[in-house]
Every structure is written in structure tokens, then in C-alpha cells.
Design a protein around this ligand. Structure first.
Ligand code: KG4
Ligand code: ZN
Length: 365
């Protein structure tokens, strides 16, 4: 995706090239002044992982290696920019290289990180490492107005589900996170249980459209009264038992199994599971927003593409009188524009890394 770059640029504009390879998307984007997306190229590996029902780290790392150079070239071409030493009046120069270096799959992060370090070294540009989850929380600022802070951000993806308090895009504090499965992982696993395919989120959302969300009351795990952590393993097991029966029922031969469910049954289960997931996330968002007197609610990560969640968050905002900022769909899932956009603010604040920048697979930030 690229947008027109026909606007006038002046010498104060900062052009950042961002790279994102933390999971299964090879992405590169060029963003001007932290907001204007000049190009946003994403190469998805979804077809490679679909037969396994989830991301296979070794396959992901190898696929990034094949895709990274063409994806970077395409992002530069589409943006109409050039390395700084080859900049002309028509082709502005790239001022910095940004990369998501944490958290994610180590073999995947390393591919993007090495590419970013190479470009920074060869082109003598500053290198900026960005936390992938903080970048998701920045995504609503792309091609849009700045966010009003403090904001509470729910970042829910295939690997993470975290709540943040953003005092600004540079000052981000972790309020809570999942203690077991990520929300996206729960969607993917329930989709597998229901034989709906991979990735599970869009498949469940599609099936749920024909379902009745009040048919089955799946549990809402909220942990203790004030907790801002999440737990999604219980609902996954509840769906598994609902479909296949509990171990005891299976042994005694009374369970039904997926082959005995009608299309309508599956749609109902998908709708009720989705409703429970949305409830759990929205309840925690409400708690965190009120407790921190936030002015804005942000959602991000692949799960934030879910229309039932988006609708419920908009309703929550109306209910408690807080602004809601949803990322555009192309910036909700993994992309590099969010990385380049956030890095602009790091650069302005002098937060620059050197070539020793590490790949950090896990983080509690
Ligand atoms: O942020 P993302 O693109 O990659 C990771 O960093 O994991 O998130 C991918 C996850 C997958 O688990 C996928 O099933 C989920 O986001 N997802 C959705 C939807 N679209 C993607 N979950 C619920 N509803 C959706 N519409
Ligand atoms: Zn992500």
C-alpha cells in the first residue's frame, strides 16, 4: 500500500525506513515525520504456516530471509525516496533506519535486525530499535491526528496480550499482560478445534456472523478484582470440552465431537467464544482506563481487527466518556509503518541505538 507523496517536503522533514520481522510478516515501510506513510509493504507468510495451524519459528526465519531484500526495495521504490547520499529534489533521502528488535521469535527478529544494521552501517544512518508492542500502541497515529495522552492501550496479537499506560508515545508502562495464552492464540486454537482454519481470528469472526452470541455461556476469566492481567487458557479448554466432551464423557462415550455438530452449532460456538473474548478484554480495558484516568483508549495488534471488539471498545468509550482511537485495518496487524512512525519520536528525543543493538525475544515492558 502506498499513498501519494506529491506534497511539498521541506528540509525539516524526517524520513524513516522501518523494518518489522518479529513474527511471520516481513514488512518494510517509509514514514515521514512519524505520521505520513509513504509506503507500507507487508509480505505475509500465512500460507506457509496454515498447514500447521500456527507459526513455525524455523519456517518463519527462513521465509524472512527470502523476502527481506525484495520487501525493502519495494518499500523504497513505492515511497519515491533514496538513500541519503543519492537524494535529489524529487527523491528525498532516508534519514534513519528503525527496526522492531523485541519481543518476538528470535530467528525472525534477527533477520530484520541484521538488515537494519547493514543499511544503517552502509548508509551511515542512525539506527533506532523499537519495541514491537509499543509500536502497535502507536499505530492509530499513522495517517491520522496525534493521540491525546494519557492513553490506555490494549495490544492483542497472536503472541501477546498486554495493557499499557502511555503517558506519551515515548513513556509507556506495562499495566498487565496475559499469564498464559495470547488472545490471538486463543482465536487460532478455537478455530482449529472448530475446523475453521488458520489464521483463526478472521475465520471465527466470519463464522460468528451467523451465530447466536447468547446460546452458550463460556467462562469469563477475570483473575482477581483489580487485576489487569489476562488468562485465556480456560476458555480455550471450555470450548474444547464443549465440542469434544470432557475426558470423562469421552471415556464413557457420551460426548458428541465436531463431526456431529451442525454448521449452526459451529456458528453459535464461534459467536459465544468471540463474545466471551471481547468481554474479557473490554472489562480489563474499562478497569485500566478508569484507574489511570486515561483520556484515550487505543487498541492494536491483529486481534484489534476484530469488528466485534472494535464495536465494543467504541461503546465502552461512549459509556465512560473517553476517546477511542482504532488503528486503520492496514496498521492493526503487523506492519513496519508503526515501527518507523514511533522511531521518529525516538529520534527527536535523541534515543538512538548503536550497531550492538540486541534481538530480545521476550520482554516485560
Ligand atoms: O499482530 P499480529 O498480526 O501478529 C502477531 O504479532 O502475532 O496478530 C496475529 C493474530 C492471529 O492470532 C490472528 O488470529 C489474530 O491476530 N487476528 C484476529 C483477527 N484478525 C487477526 N483475531 C480476531 N479477529 C480478527 N478479525
Ligand atoms: Zn504484532
Amino acid at each position: 500500500m502506498s499513498i501519494s507523496n506529491s506534497h511539498r517536503r521541506n528540509s525539516h522533514n524526517l524520513v524513516v525506513l522501518g523494518i518489522e520481522t518479529t513474527c511471520d510478516e516481513t514488512a518494510c515501510a517509509v514514514v515521514e515525520n512519524g505520521r505520513r506513510v509513504l509506503s507500507n509493504v507487508v509480505s505475509s507468510q500465512v500460507e506457509l504456516h496454515a498447514p500447521y495451524g500456527g507459526v513455525v519459528p524455523e519456517i518463519a526465519g527462513r521465509a524472512h530471509l527470502e523476502a527481506i531484500n525484495p520487501v525493502i526495495s519495494e518499500a523504497i521504490d513505492r515511497a519515491g525516496v533514496a538513500p541519503k547520499h543519492r537524494a535529489t529534489s524529487d527523491k528525498p533521502g532516508i534519514d534513519a533506519i528503525a527496526v522492531a528488535n523485541t519481543p518476538g521469535l528470535i530467528g525472525s527478529i534477527l533477520v530484520g535486525l541484521m538488515a537494519a544494521k547493514t543499511l544503517a552501517w552502509v548508509w551511515r544512518l542512525p539506527l533506532v530499535g523499537v519495541n514491537h508492542l509499543h509500536a502497535h500502541a502507536y499505530a492509530p497515529c499513522l495517517d491520522a491526528d496525534p493521540v491525546e495522552y494519557p492513553a490506555v492501550a490494549l495490544i492483542a496479537s497472536g503472541g501477546h496480550t498486554s495493557l499499557y499506560l502511555s503517558r506519551s508515545c515515548l513513556d509507556v508502562e506495562l499495566l498487565g499482560a496475559t499469564i498464559d495464552d495470547a488472545a490471538g492464540e486463543a482465536f487460532d486454537k478455537v478455530s482449529a478445534i472448530l475446523s475453521l482454519g488458520y489464521p483463526g481470528g478472521p475465520a471465527i469472526e466470519q463464522a460468528a456472523r451467523a451465530g447466536r452470541a447468547d446460546k452458550i455461556k463460556f467462562p469469563r476469566t477475570l483473575l482477581d478484582e483489580k487485576s489487569l492481567d489476562f488468562s485465556f487458557s480456560g476458555i480455550k479448554t471450555a470450548v474444547l470440552y464443549y465440542v469434544n466432551g470432557t475426558p470423562g464423557a469421552i471415556r464413557s462415550g457420551v460426548s458428541k465431537g465436531i463431526e456431529n455438530l451442525t454448521k449452526q452449532d459451529i456458528a453459535d460456538i464461534a459467536a459465544c467464544f468471540q463474545a466471551a473474548m471481547v468481554d474479557m478484554m473490554v472489562i480489563k480495558l474499562r478497569r485500566a482506563t478508569l484507574a489511570n484516568k486515561a483520556k484515550t483508549i487505543i487498541i492494536g495488534g491483529g486481534v484489534s481487527a476484530n469488528s466485534a471488539l472494535r464495536k465494543a471498545v467504541v461503546e465502552l468509550g461512549k459509556d465512560i466518556g473517553v476517546k477511542v482511537r482504532l488503528p486503520m485495518l492496514q496498521y492493526a496487524c503487523d506492519n513496519a509503518a508503526m515501527v518507523a512512525g514511533l522511531a521518529y519520536h525516538y529520534l527527536r528525543a535523541g534515543k538512538i541505538d548503536d550497531l550492538q543493538l540486541d534481538a530480545i525475544p521476550t520482554t516485560r515492558r
